[in-house]
Design a protein around this ligand. Structure first.
Ligand code: URA
Length: 219
């Protein structure tokens, strides 16, 4: 797996990351969603540099212009519900991507510190030989990404997999590194050191789904 950690270089991305982490600013849910979307746009731009391109000619009012355009074989799959604003950010740039949605949530049976990932809803086009983007803002334990990837397998074998995340924990990255095939890229805005006992990223930002869409009842 090739890891592209965008925080290794300072850029305007730092502003958006600081705002989604900030305990005061993140309470403005519209700003939170928009910042996640903006981060998705930046990740899409960076990812676009790794795509394959073909030569194209555009007719302007004054003549012809040659330009390379990317081969549009992208399927953009997001994990509900926290993935929705990130999905929108990616879709803002990958205009014609096909789309897939999957729900994956943490089910705590008895012990609040242990959980299993439950996948329920799945809507997906054919993935055979496509470029699959799997978007999930928080890469914590990595279990949701693995459960999602397993659930998508009956839909075909993608030619490349691009995992797109906002904040990751090093343990989760190590976990998925051993799991996803070699033709996988990880595009991540920033990486934190650890997880707490409940599997939340520290310092992280809290619960991305709740910050974007409000608190939910635990099941
Ligand atoms: N999901 C979140 O929303 N936050 C975390 O820190 C981990 C998983």
């Amino acid at each position: 797996m090739q890891i592209h950690n965008l925080s290794e270089q300072n850029s305007i991305l730092n502003i958006f990351i600081s705002e989604i982490r900030d305990v005061v600013i993140q309470k403005d849910s519209m700003r939170f969603r928009r910042n996640i979307e903006r981060i998705g746009e930046i990740l899409a731009y960076e990812m676009s540099k790794s795509l394959t391109y073909h030569a194209s000619t555009i007719e302007t009012p004054l003549g012809k212009s040659s330009i390379n355009l990317f081969d549009n074989d992208i399927v953009l799959c997001s994990i509900l519900r926290a993935g929705v604003p990130l999905h929108q950010g990616l879709l803002n740039y990958f205009d014609d991507a096909e789309n897939a949605f999957i729900s994956a949530y943490r089910h705590h049976r008895h012990d609040p510190e242990s959980f299993e990932i439950v996948v329920e809803y799945l809507a997906c086009p054919n993935l055979e030989n496509k470029r699959l983007i799997l978007a999930d803002p928080m890469l914590a334990t990595g279990q949701s990404l693995v459960a999602t990837f397993e659930a998508l397998k009956p839909f075909g074998i993608p030619k490349e997999i691009h995992l797109v995340n906002v904040i990751g924990a090093q343990d989760g990255i190590d976990f998925i590194d051993g799991y996803f095939p070699e033709n996988t890229h990880l595009w991540i805005a920033t990486v934190d050191d650890k997880l707490n006992d409940k599997g939340y990223i520290v310092p992280g930002l809290g619960d991305a789904g709740d910050l974007a869409f409000g608190e939910k009842l635990q099941r």
